[in-house]
Ligand binder design. Structure first.
Ligand SMILES: *Cc1c(COP(=O)(O)O)cnc(C)c1O
Length: 436
């Protein structure tokens, strides 16, 4: 074991395949349903808005799926991302635990989202599509898709949740810099948006509403598709490069986590770090591995939601997904972790939670920002408010180790940096942030 704080993986050792957890589930998950017939949704239910390659990935049970060369080439701009030992944080907490984090904020647009945006833009381009339409919460997904679209020569239109549009104005600039068109959702450009505005002209918006608007625009044109930044199987699949790299990096320091932690909005960065490790738990090789999804107390999908079929969007245009949900018309409080304001949770993660394979926790906004500040002061990175939920759980687990004297190895995903969230940190420092 070396004293290195940063574990760099050589680019030549980058994963060549995505890991598909659907191949290893002990009990298969319930399929999405066509809302009209209540029968399992088939490829034809999705082909109006997704290219066939992504639809096939969505339903695949092949264990490993090859990453296209064009996508790997783009990953090489910033991947492998570093695995960092948070030694100063350990010291500050006076804990015997070892804390590692995977730093996805090192990617070009500041989060893990490019791992899937490159792949989605690539497959759409290959299918002859000219334009992608999407939603974005805090703007991370919109930024990542804008960049990927620019690279592959596609147009990009983004419906950004209004509360975030106002809270994080520089994200809009970021997307426009890559050539995207950005709207504050709900808009009066779509039926879904107009309906919400009629009922509440001051609606702060939600991811569910923004998804309805984007899907509505995408179904209207043959050369236009919709792109989703989280929740779906193929999106989570693309994120597994995070955990695959992390496994190799943990090996390089001759260690293996006892606890793996990720924040969970729709579940993609959590799946990214956790699924390759869950593989070892399911195979019996690492039976005692603990895996924790962390969410905001004000949008407690796993910890307080219902496990049932629900729509992925507000207007009810998507297939019905079996998942933990707060209801598709749930409008979450205006917390600054915009990426965690989603009413549902990925079906695969919901299934793993329901089966007792993973656990979940929830924290309030103020305690999350407190943990983020300690992290910034010790490790020098300002975490995104979303990622700060994972930081908070890692701190809690490390403090538990201090009590018990156990020196557990804790690994968490730092899904993004918060350099465009300083407005939220300013409110925190001025004591103007509510508990949430
Ligand atoms: C989008 C985002 C999230 C939440 O989305 P998931 O799909 O749950 O990962 C978390 N952290 C950051 C930095 C994000 O940009």
């Amino acid at each position: 074991m070396s004293d290195n704080k940063i574990v760099f993986l050589e680019q030549s050792k980058m994963p060549t395949h995505y890991y598909n957890i659907l191949a290893d589930l002990p009990v298969p998950m319930d399929p999405p349903l066509n809302p009209a017939t209540k029968q399992p949704a088939g490829p034809e239910d999705l082909s109006a808005i997704f290219p066939m390659d992504l639809i096939m990935q969505e339903v695949s049970t092949e264990r490993y799926i090859e990453i296209p060369d064009e996508v790997r080439d783009l990953y090489r701009i910033s991947r492998p991302t570093p695995l960092i030992r948070a030694a100063n944080l350990e010291k500050e907490l006076d804990t015997p635990a070892k804390i590692y984090f995977k730093y996805e904020g090192a990617n070009p647009t500041g989060s893990h989202k490019t791992n899937t945006s490159y792949a989605q833009a690539y497959y759409n381009k290959k299918a002859g599509i000219k334009k992608l339409v999407t939603e974005t919460g805090a703007g991370q997904w919109g930024s990542a898709l804008s960049m990927a679209c620019k690279h592959f020569g596609l147009e990009c239109e983004v419906f950004m949740v209004k509360v975030s549009y106002n809270q994080k104005p520089y994200r809009k600039t970021f997307m426009k810099l890559f050539g995207a068109t950005v709207h504050a959702s709900p808009t009066n450009l779509t039926n879904a948006g107009r309906k919400v505005l009629e009922a509440d002209p001051d609606s702060p918006g939600s991811l569910g509403i923004a998804i309805s608007e984007a899907v509505e625009v995408a179904v209207q044109r043959d050369d236009t598709n919709y792109s989703l930044g989280s929740v779906l199987n193929h999106v989570l699949l693309h994120q597994t490069v995070i955990g695959e790299e992390a496994k190799l990096q943990m090996e390089m320091v001759d260690d293996y986590p006892d606890i793996v932690i990720g924040c969970a909005g729709g579940g993609s960065n959590f799946a990214g770090i956790a699924f390759p490790f869950i593989k070892d738990k399911l195979s019996g090789e690492r039976k005692n591995l603990e895996i924790i999804a962390v969410e905001p107390a004000s949008c407690p999908t796993l910890t307080k939601g219902k496990f049932d079929y629900d729509f992925g969007d507000e207007a009810g245009m998507t297939p019905l997904l079996k998942m933990y949900t707060l209801g598709h018309d749930f409008i979450p409080p205006k917390i600054h972790a915009g990426g965690l304001r989603y009413h549902g949770m990925a079906s695969s993660i919901s299934h793993l939670y329901n089966q007792g394979i993973i656990s979940a926790s929830a924290y309030e906004q103020l305690e999350v920002f407190k943990a983020a500040q300690i992290f910034a002061q010790t490790e020098g990175i300002v975490p995104a408010p979303e990622s700060s939920h994972a930081v908070k759980e890692a701190v809690e687990q490390a403090l538990k180790c201090k009590e018990t004297g156990e020196s557990k190895t804790i690994l968490f995903n730092l899904s993004g940096h918060g350099f465009l969230d300083l407005g939220a940190y300013e409110l925190y420092l001025e004591n103007q942030l509510n508990g949430g």
